[in-house]
Design a protein around this ligand. Structure first.
Ligand SMILES: NC(=O)c1ccc[n+]([C@@H]2O[C@H](COP(=O)([O-])OP(=O)(O)OC[C@H]3O[C@@H](n4cnc5c(N)ncnc54)[C@H](O)[C@@H]3O)[C@@H](O)[C@H]2O)c1
Length: 373
């Protein structure tokens, strides 16, 4: 196996897990973040996010000298063989993806690299972004080096990120040259996983198409659940009956309070926005977004039908993160409901086994109480 010197920009769910897993598979890794507290924590062996098994792997690879953490991007990028970009691409008010973090990292890379380098975009970015990142870096290079950009979208699921990375069902690589393809293949060789090699734009699209398909599946089941209620069928039995069909599959058939998290909401809206830019109406994805928007507060509305007022009532909220096994509250449907309840004067008693700490930070100034036991 060829050991590569890899730098990772951003130590969130994607960047940190990728960095740790590259180290675990034998590469030399340096993780960069702008957040000094986070970097210090990681240097102290503390994982800044909740992900099963991550802290142990961080400590093991740090001790082995295969991974380190820094805010000094210049020294991290200057002699890296490959730089993976894993910074956030959050939603903007118009639904498009905010690419400012990717742009900042691209500028920092252009300023810093002193040897030929492959820049790999792991962040979820609209189709065509990799082309722009490559052009931007080439135009802004300070040193006379060769740089290429490749797409390598991430498919991990929060709550099982380490397992999903080390045992990924597939690695998607999007490149525009044999050289870039070869380098990425070599980086992933020690993972011994299926690799699908496509063009950069196809790789970018595979990520959105996959996430939006899953969001669509959730909204479809919620739509069917709402109809089940009206016609007297049981959605859980319906889902069970459907799950035996291998053409449908058993995953993502649970009806509930709608999807949330840092990916599905923004990735559905970003693709819808992108399609519109091209004069195309992505009707299926638009329907998934609409169904989800209504579904999130359906429970609250049902409660309103039964109560005169929430004012002064103690309301228990069980489950805060957008799904089990994570401490991430981003776009969690619980938040939409809690906001409505607080506005009505309710007192919130919230429970979550792992997201309680993040919840308390967010609602410190309100009359809400949170427990994790
Ligand atoms: N979270 C997931 O489950 C998941 C899964 C697949 C893909 N993605 C995609 O991966 C990307 C990252 O998502 P995330 O959830 O890991 O984000 P995150 O918000 O958890 O982490 C981003 C990190 O980048 C850091 N950062 C910002 N600017 C920086 C800079 N200039 N240099 C270095 N670090 C910088 C931030 O401080 C933060 O720690 C997004 O595009 C997301 O859509 C996320």
């Amino acid at each position: 196996m060829k050991q590569y010197k890899i730098a990772v920009a951003g130590t969130g769910y994607v960047g940190l897990v990728a960095g740790v897993c590259f180290a675990e598979r034998g590469h030399q890794v340096i993780c960069v973040d702008v957040d000094e507290n986070k970097v210090q924590k990681m240097k102290d062996g503390i994982c800044p996010i909740y992900e099963e098994g991550l802290q142990e792997l961080m400590q093991k690879n740090y001790k082995a000298g295969r991974i380190d953490y820094t805010t000094d991007y210049q020294s991290a990028y200057k002699d890296a063989d490959a730089i993976f970009i894993g910074v956030g691409t959050p939603e903007q008010p118009d639904g498009s993806a905010n690419l400012s973090y990717v742009a900042t990292v691209s500028r920092q890379i252009a300023e810093s690299i002193e040897k030929d380098c492959l820049v790999v975009v792991k962040s979820t970015v609209p189709i065509g972004t990799n082309d722009k990142v490559e052009q931007f870096i080439k135009d802004s290079l300070v040193h006379d080096v060769k740089v290429e950009v490749a797409s390598n979208p991430e498919f991990l699921s929060q709550g099982r990120a380490v397992k999903d990375t080390l045992e990924a069902k597939r690695i998607i690589i999007g490149t525009e040259s044999k050289e870039a393809e070869k380098k990425l293949m070599e980086i992933y060789e020690p993972f011994n996983l299926p690799i699908v090699s496509v063009s950069r734009r196809s790789a970018e699209m595979i990520k959105y198409a996959s996430n939006d398909f899953l969001a669509l599946k959730i909204s479809y089941m919620n739509d069917i659940a709402n109809l089940c209620e009206l016609v007297g069928a049981n959605i859980e039995d319906v889902a069970k009956g459907m799950s035996y069909d291998p053409r449908i599959g058993e995953k993502f058939l649970n009806a509930g309070i709608g999807y949330g998290g840092s990916c599905f909401p923004k990735d559905t809206k970003a693709l819808k926005y992108l399609a519109k830019q091209y004069g195309y109406k992505l009707r299926t994805v638009e329907a998934a977004v609409d169904v989800n928007a209504e579904q999130k507060t359906k429970l609250y509305k049902k409660a309103c039908d039964r109560l005169i007022t929430f004012n002064g009532l103690k309301v228990a909220v069980l489950g805060l993160a957008f799904k089990p096994g994570t401490d991430d509250l981003r776009e969690a449907p619980s938040i939409d409901n809690i906001e409505l309840l607080l506005k009505q004067g309710a007192k919130i008693y919230a429970y979550d086994p792992v997201a309680a700490e993040n919840f308390e930070k967010r609602y410190r100034r309100t009359n809400s109480l949170c427990k994790n036991t």
